[in-house]
Write a protein that binds this ligand. Structure first.
Ligand SMILES: Cc1cc2nc3c(=O)[nH]c(=O)nc-3n(C[C@H](O)[C@H](O)[C@H](O)COP(=O)(O)OP(=O)(O)OC[C@H]3O[C@@H](n4cnc5c(N)ncnc54)[C@H](O)[C@@H]3O)c2cc1C
Length: 376
């Protein structure tokens, strides 16, 4: 077993880590304060080939592979978690179009996504269908040579900045068949609704989408009729490696801030880092984040080799996001009262990391996926 990263992966780590520390981290507090979508960060990601990391250069991608992608996402999220989730969903959208799309769909959308013409969005969740994604009710009725979509989606990341959105809809009610469609902004009957006000990730775009008599051509279907849930679940498998990496990136930043603070802050005549109670918090967080990283690398390596990795991706997401939450919680505690105020970054890290145990499948749903694989 070789734990070393390749030269290319080390280069990605150094390049993206440098960009994130220099450009994203210094602006992250203001992005959070103003709840502002950092479009300039999205452009920089595009310039460095970080928005199409999972498909070939023939379509504008950089095909860096799942391991390099996990590293890049961790580094971006460590600087600005909102930028990280935007990057994650754009890469996930592009990969799904590459894997399941027709040649004209690939040629149209993949260069746009990797070139930063717009973000990618993935619209599965509805007001009445979250964890039970298969229970969605958006309906795509066949009409002439196309479909007419009606329904609504909620909590859609990048929804108002997307150049293409993958929308899941029922194409048959009994037996239920779900299909995937590629929608462009400006399509009649397709509109962006409410922008959510959130606890964290305040710079990320989270909106509802409305579909009212929205007519699309047959050519806008992604994959075969009835293949939508398969496309969604396979995209989420890969997406979970990304969210695990996002959580590790955020939590590493919190741990690093807490470690520095523990060395500087003095109470009872000594640095608080000399108290065993503080040392153990730092040690536990560092150990758990390294274990989480190993789970992420295992899942990403399996994916890179083309081996099944669904259970391993769920394990990585479950452990990394829960460990990330514990680490950010501990970091606030190490900072004491200062951890609770905005002057220091750890309260933001705690707010940002919170959602990672929820989106792209809650921790409870990851446990379902894992236990189903065990009992199969
Ligand atoms: C900031 C943000 C961004 C998001 N981005 C996107 C996006 O881009 N695209 C998209 O489609 N969706 C997105 N989502 C939606 C997200 O994936 C869902 O919120 C998530 O899947 C949970 O669904 P829900 O909120 O409806 O919760 P529910 O499914 O109602 O769950 C509520 C609680 O019940 C538990 N629960 C539900 N079913 C079970 C079960 N079988 N066993 C045990 N416990 C269970 C859950 O774990 C949870 O604790 C986003 C959400 C947020 C907050």
């Amino acid at each position: 077993m070789d734990f070393r990263l390749t030269d290319e992966q080390l280069q990605v780590e150094a390049m993206v880590g440098g960009l994130s520390r220099k450009e994203f981290a210094p602006r992250a507090a203001l992005v959070d304060e103003e709840s502002r979508y950092p479009a300039e960060n999205h452009r920089m990601l595009a310039e460095l080939g970080l928005l199409g990391m999972l498909y070939p250069s023939a379509y504008g991608g950089s095909e860096a592979g799942p391991v390099a992608y996990a590293i890049a996402l961790r580094e971006v999220a460590g600087g600005c978690a909102s930028t990280g989730v935007g990057m994650a969903v754009t890469n996930m959208t592009g990969e799904a179009i590459y894997r399941f799309g027709s040649e004209p769909q690939r040629k149209r959308y993949l260069p746009m996504l990797s070139g930063g013409k717009g973000a990618g969005a993935f619209a599965l969740t509805e007001p009445g269908a979250g964890s039970d994604a298969g229970g969605l009710s958006t309906f795509a009725r066949e009409d002439g040579d196309g479909f007419v979509l009606d329904g609504s989606k909620v909590f859609i990341t990048n929804g108002s900045h997307a150049c293409v959105t993958i929308v899941m809809a029922l194409t048959q009610k009994s037996p239920r068949k779900i299909s995937a469609f590629l929608l462009e902004p400006g399509t009649t009957g397709f509109s962006v609704g409410k922008q959510e006000r959130k606890m964290g990730l305040k710079g990320s775009d989270t909106v509802s989408l409305c579909l009212e008599e929205c007519r699309v051509s047959q050519a806008s279907m992604l994959g075969a009729p009835g293949e939508g849930l398969k496309i969604a679940l396979s995209a989420l498998d890969g997406g979970r490696i990304g969210i695990a990496s996002q959580a590790i990136g955020i939590a590493r930043s919190a741990l690093s801030a807490a470690t520095e603070y523990a060395k500087d802050r003095r109470q009872f005549g000594q640095a608080i880092g000399e108290f065993q109670a503080i040392q153990w918090k730092l040690a536990d967080a560092a150990t758990e984040l390294d274990a989480a990283q190993m789970l992420v690398f295992r899942a990403a390596c399996l994916k890179e080799k083309g081996a099944p990795y669904s259970k391993e991706a769920s394990m990585a997401k479950l452990f990394a996001t829960e460990a990330g939450n514990r680490a950010c919680h501990a970091a606030v505690q190490v900072f004491g009262g200062y951890g609770y105020i905005r002057e220091y970054p750890v309260e933001r890290h705690l707010r940002d990391v919170r959602v990672t145990t929820i989106y792209e499948g809650t921790s409870e749903i990851q446990r379902l996926v894992i236990s189903r694989a065990l009992c199969r």
